[in-house]
Design a protein around this ligand. Structure first.
Ligand code: ADP
Ligand code: MG
Length: 451
């Protein structure tokens, strides 16, 4: 079933390129869809004068464009407010065939995880501003705080807040179109669109975003630095921004520190910037209490205190430790409030936030292992002594870190993500029957984990 807006949006897309911008804005884009009656699509004009103009000058064109996208719609009817009473049998949703001109499901709205709401988000000093602005944006998108730029370290609740905004809008303002995507998704979709030789996909790509009311882009630091990606993102951003649509961006660092085009940074800075800092002990305990409540688990305050004291900068990690204690106690048939069991559960626990392996660690360790220098491994040389370590290094990065292939490619001197994929697959295949190579890979990994 298609909603009226979806039909109308697609007719607009088809019509836009065939009239002047002025005519489009003054006349065509002021019409609103009323319904379908048999094979006729009915549009409302805001005045009799507008109706006359549209009928005189644009009706034939509209009819043609409509018929191109929706072959079964034969006619267009322009009505005014006064005609609405007699139109009682119109359909608001229709099941009609579409042609290949039908581009996007412009009605699409992302779904959000129902775990992540404002209610399940604990507010403390470190995140109160970000939480308050997120709420204001959710209540009144596109009005006051636009664009909203949120930044903060890993596991501090940025994605949680984005989902909370999305859930709130979907519930209270279901007619608004919201989209949540990672910057990697954006890049990948664009790459896909650019592959299409007849350029249709690129048009689809642009149209997919231009009908949104709320666009959320998570982890913008991973937006590919290629000119075309930056250009396309800038275009999307501008189009929505100028139409007063809400834009929300998250990053692990403030705008001025992200490695993206200057004009994008300037744009981000025109709105509101909210940071999220690591929560204090009291907030960390409050968060743990909330998580226990959600799980229906009774956990003593002394256990929560122990977790909150050990992990200070990453809530996800804190949750991980809590889960570990709960599952361990279930496994051994004891209580998660028995301090002995808790200690046992945490015996080999290493606080990975203190020992995070970074891409540089992996590159350095691989270079040391193969006795080559960093410049060569990241460079363009194609001799065997360099190529294999380079591929091993890429394989290890994809294996250990959850880093987008595009971002890895950039790190390796602007290589394409398909090259990165090829290197990864090559090694993961080779180690199945090349024992020496498998051992080398394992050695480097061991060194990384036992630094
Ligand atoms: P980020 O996107 O900043 O890396 P996430 O939003 O994915 O972090 O949060 C990681 C985990 O921590 C999620 O399970 C989230 O629910 C939880 N979390 C973070 N901050 C809070 C908070 N203030 N209240 C409740 N849960 C939180
Ligand atoms: Mg996140």
């Amino acid at each position: 079933m298609l909603k009226l807006n979806q039909i109308w949006d697609n007719i607009l897309i088809e019509t836009e390129s065939k009239v002047s911008t002025l005519s489009y804005d003054l006349y065509i884009n002021t019409l609103t869809p009323v319904g379908m009656y048999r094979d006729r699509f009915i549009l409302l004009a805001q005045s009799q004068a507008l109706k006359n103009i549209v009928e005189d000058k644009y009706k034939e064109l509209l009819k043609k464009c409509t018929n191109k996208v929706f072959p079964s719609i034969i006619d267009i009817e322009i009505v005014t407010e006064a005609d609405l009473d007699r139109l009682c049998d119109v359909e608001k949703e229709v099941d009609i065939p579409v042609s290949n001109k039908f581009i996007v499901n412009t009605e699409s709205t992302s779904s959000f995880s129902d775990k992540y709401t404002f209610d399940s988000f604990v507010v403390g000093k470190s995140n109160e501003f970000a939480a308050a602005v997120s709420r204001a944006v959710a209540e009144d998108p596109g009005k006051k705080y636009n664009p909203l730029f949120m930044w903060g370290g890993v596991g501090l609740g940025k994605t949680h807040l984005l989902h909370a905004i999305g859930n709130y809008i979907n519930r209270n303002n279901p007619e608004l179109r919201t989209a949540y995507l990672s910057s990697e998704q954006f890049t990948n979709e664009l790459i896909e669109a650019l592959r299409d030789p007849d350029n249709n996909s690129r048009r689809n790509f642009r149209n997919k975003y231009r009908f949104l009311d709320v666009l959320m882009v998570d982890d913008i630091q991973f937006l590919a630095k290629t000119e075309v990606t930056q250009e396309e993102f800038f275009h999307t951003f501008n189009e929505l921004y100028l139409a007063n649509k809400q834009i929300i961006i998250c990053s692990d660092r403030p705008p001025k520190e992200i490695n993206i085009a200057e004009r994008l940074k300037t744009r981000f800075a025109t709105g509101i910037i909210a940071d999220i800092q690591p929560p204090n002990l009291e907030t960390r305990i409050a968060i743990l209490k909330k998580k226990c409540l959600e799980k229906g688990q009774q956990v003593d305050i002394k256990v929560l205190q122990l977790i909150a004291e050990r992990i200070t900068t990453n809530i996800r990690e804190m949750e991980g430790m809590l889960n570990r204690i709960i599952s361990y106690s279930t496994l051994v048939g004891g209580s998660c409030n028995d301090m002995e069991i808790v200690q046992e559960a945490l015996k080999d626990y290493s606080d990975s936030s203190k020992e995070v392996i970074t891409i540089d660690d992996i590159i350095d360790e691989t270079c040391r292992y193969y006795k080559i220098d960093k410049k060569s491994i990241l460079g363009k040389k194609k001799n065997k002594e360099i190529v294999i370590p380079r591929q091993v290094c890429i394989y290890l990065i994809t294996d250990i870190l959850s880093m987008p292939l595009v971002a890895i490619g950039e790190y390796f001197g602007g290589r394409d993500h398909t090259t990165i994929m090829h290197a990864r697959d090559k090694i993961s295949e080779s180690i199945k029957d090349n024992q020496t190579l498998a051992l080398n890979v394992k050695d480097i990994k061991d060194r990384l984990y036992n630094r």
